[in-house]
Structures are given as C-alpha cells and as structure tokens.
Design a protein around this ligand. Structure first.
Ligand code: GUN
Length: 290
C-alpha cells in the first residue's frame, strides 16, 4: 500500500505557486489577493479558514479575512460580498460553508462574481465545469484530481464509486472523474443515502471516493483487494487524551482498509491539504485572468 501524501504533494505545488508569485512581484504584476468571509464561530470552519489565510501568507498572496457574527443578516453578508465583487484589489472571494440556518447558501453563492469564484461553487462555474470549459473547479475535487495526477495513477476505464452527492464534493467529483481527461475516463457510480447495494458496488470499484461525513463508514469488507481509496472525510471524535479534546478521523476505517488497498489518503494529511492547494491555484488563476 502506498500513502497518497497530501502534505508532500501540496507542499511541492505550493512551492511552485510561491515561485510564480515571486516572479510576478518582481515583474511589477499584481499580488494575488484572496478575501475570506467566515460567519459564526463553528470551530472546524475557523480552523479551515485560518489554514487558508496562513497558506496565503506562506506563498506570498495577500489575504483579507472578514469575521461576521453568527446572527449577521443575509443582507449584510450579501453586501460584504458585493463590496468584494467590485473591489479591484480582490481577486478571489470565498465564503466558508456551512452558513447559519437563516442565511441562504444558494443566494450567497449566486451573489459571488463568477470571475472571483475561486471555490467554484457558482452555477456558472459548475456549468462550465460540466461542459469541460476553462473555469474554477471546486477545490476538494480538483485537489483530488491533482493528487491522482501527481502519483501518475492511471484511472482510464476504471470503475469508480463516489459516496456522497454534495454540490461541493461528490457531484463535481463524479463529473471530473468521468470526463475525457487524464486523470478521468472512469466509469463512475455516484452513491448516496438511498443507494441500496453500496457494499456490492464498492466491491466492484477500482477507486472509491468517500465523501459522506461519517467516521469510519467505509470498512475493509467493502473494499476490493488493490483498490485506490480517497478519503474526503474530516470527522472530529472526542478524545480526552488529546490536548484539543478530539482527534480527526476520515470516512474510511484507515487501519483495516490500508491492509487491502493499493493507495490510500490519510486523515489528516491527505485530501484536506490538497483542498487548500487547489484553492490557491484557483486564486492565482483568478489574478491572471483579470
Ligand atoms: N466548507 C467545506 N469545504 C469548503 C470549501 O471548500 N470551501 C468553502 N467555502 N467552504 C467549505
């Protein structure tokens, strides 16, 4: 079994981006600037946004973080987005999800200027992605494609089961893997909560992408010998022995599945790192396109 090491891969890609940013600065070109908006105090979201801002600093991007209270009105948030939409110094805008219940995620996403939609969540970005046109591709599925490319994994003709049909991971992942690209050209099954024969489907799969958000959901008895396992889950489990009071586990029962598969992403240090890396790539793309 070989680890798909998101830390290693993302560090090498981030180093390339940092070099390009440094060359841009020397040539007098604009520094990429990412604006992040965090609404409320969800601890996991705070951690993710802090990592994104920190990565911007590491690679020479400018960043702006706006923290809004959990009871911020939808209008206030939309106005903040509109401000960034028209602010020429801002190249990319991200609103960390999930949002408090009283705010419509759909309205928020639709308000982001598609030219600055570095999360790739806007209907225009998603539509372009489905049609194979150049666009911002959502960071988690794109990061997974970058990881498969880095390890030269031949995906053509492989059976792939994606578990979870969210707009931001499962659905775009299933489309990217089925497109006529490299990596890609998979025969994809998109499984979800109503899927009846998940174990049988998974046992046929050469590649499993687990994006359900349930700890240790994919167990060794569901995995074919030699399969490739991509674990998108980042689940917090109470653990009194940890200083933080929790540990992170994926959607895959790593210890047992690792003994059967050919490649696997660890949690942490797998897909999560690639998500941030893909977001930074999109932000660099955004500054170049404007
Ligand atoms: N919440 C979980 N993943 C993501 C992501 O990739 N971007 C944003 N904005 N929110 C998220």
């Amino acid at each position: 079994m070989q680890l798909l090491d998101g830390k290693l891969v993302s560090e090498s890609i981030l180093a390339e981006i940092a070099e390009e940013v440094s060359a841009r600065k020397k040539a007098g070109k604009k520094t990429p600037h990412l604006a992040a908006i965090l609404v409320g105090g969800d601890p996991a979201s705070q951690t993710y946004v802090a990592s994104k801002v920190k990565t911007c600093e590491q690679i020479g991007f400018a960043s702006t973080l706006v923290r809004l209270e959990a009871d911020t009105s939808e209008d206030e948030l939309l106005n903040q987005i509109r401000f960034f939409n028209t602010n020429d110094d801002i190249d990319g805008i991200l609103v960390q999800l999930p949002l408090p219940k009283h705010i419509s995620e759909e309205k928020v996403i639709n308000t982001i200027n598609p030219e600055k939609d570095v999360d790739g969540f806007h209907p225009i970005s998603l539509g372009r992605m489905v049609l194979g046109q150049p666009t911002f591709i959502s960071a988690t599925p794109n990061g997974i494609m970058m990881m498969l490319a880095h390890y030269n994994i031949d995906t053509a003709g492989k059976n792939c089961v994606v578990i979870g049909r969210s707009n931001i991971v499962g659905t775009p992942m299933s489309i990217l893997l089925s497109r006529n690209t490299n990596p890609g050209n998979c025969t994809v099954t998109l499984a979800h909560s109503k899927t009846k024969n998940l174990k049988e489907l998974c046992l046929q799969a050469d590649i499993i992408v687990a994006a359900i958000g349930r700890p240790n959901y994919v167990t060794a008895d569901m995995v074919k010998e030699g399969a490739i396992i991509v674990d998108v889950g980042i689940n917090r489990i109470d653990d009194a022995s940890k200083k933080s009071g929790f540990r992170l586990v994926g959607d895959v029962d790593f210890a047992n599945v690792a003994e059967k598969c050919s490649y696997i992403t660890p949690v942490p240090g797998g897909v999560g790192k690639m998500t941030i890396c893909a977001l930074m790539k999109n932000t660099l793309l955004a500054v170049k396109d404007r």
